[in-house]
Design a protein around this ligand. Structure first.
Ligand code: 13P
Length: 246
């Protein structure tokens, strides 16, 4: 039985005051039986780590460099994330693939860099609306995952995978539980061929998860929790989603 994981992706939202209010709201509403984490913007990692002291909520970042260290202005290394107490880092979010032209290989290299420092990469895959309508969903997510499997080889069992259909992100258009489950099953099968640990690996769903649809999504056999955007910015909504994951 896989323990569910719910991760809030704050994206480029927040301020010191807003974060303090959100985190203290979560503290009052928790704990939950699922594993829970928040992936916050880089400038707020240190302060969030302090605010989460003694709580079961894990800390994560939203990206990391594929490089170890050096002259890479503006980059943040996975060693730095580990140093700040990060347990997770999101890599390959569709917003980074789209706006920063991140390739499948770069995403895989970032996942490798994270694992090298004991930070669990949450690797995102997902198709665009045009790709879904062209019947390419399976091919796209399999291609994105294949690069990570090829690069991590025997370490692939250490990642968390997240299926985030691009057309469902921030649109209010959630994949139906059946649509999401179908893709999760494809991904689990691909992982199964690569590692004996596939049954223990968590595959999260992301894309317009809300308190009113979380329960149905999380009830699917291969959906092991969620990667939550907008609803993670409201303590009551995020807490309700965490409660739905049991
Ligand atoms: P929304 O929950 O706002 O659709 O965002 C999903 C997402 O991109 C999480 O990484």
């Amino acid at each position: 039985m896989r323990k569910k994981l719910v991760v809030g992706n704050w994206k480029m939202h927040g301020s010191r005051a807003a974060n303090a209010a959100l985190l203290s709201g979560l503290k009052e509403l928790g704990p939950w039986s699922a594993d829970v984490a928040v992936c916050v913007p880089f400038p707020y990692l240190a302060e969030t780590a302090l605010a989460l002291t003694g709580q079961a909520v894990g800390l994560g970042a939203q990206d990391c460099s594929a490089f170890e260290q050096g002259a890479y202005t503006g980059e943040v290394s996975s060693a730095m994330l580990a140093d700040l107490g990060c347990r997770y880092v999101i890599v390959g979010h569709s917003e980074r693939r789209a706006y920063h032209h991140e390739s499948d290989q770069l995403v895989a290299d970032k996942a490798k860099a994270a694992l090298a420092h004991g930070v669990t990469p949450i690797v995102c895959v997902g198709e665009t609306l045009a790709e879904r309508e062209a019947g390419q969903t399976e091919a796209v997510v399999k291609r994105q995952l294949a690069a990570v499997i090829h690069t991590l080889t025997h370490c692939i069992g250490e990642i968390v995978l997240a299926y985030e259909p691009v057309w469902a992100i921030g649109t209010g258009l959630t994949a139906t539980p059946e649509q999401a489950q179908a893709v999760h099953a494809v991904l689990r099968k691909q992982l199964h061929a690569a590692t004996q640990k596939s049954d223990a690996m968590r595959i999260l769903y992301g894309g317009s998860v809300k308190p009113d649809n979380a329960l149905q999504l999380f009830a699917q056999p291969d959906i092991d929790g969620g990667l939550i955007g907008g609803a993670a910015l409201k303590a009551a909504d995020f807490a309700a989603i965490c409660r739905a994951a049991h």
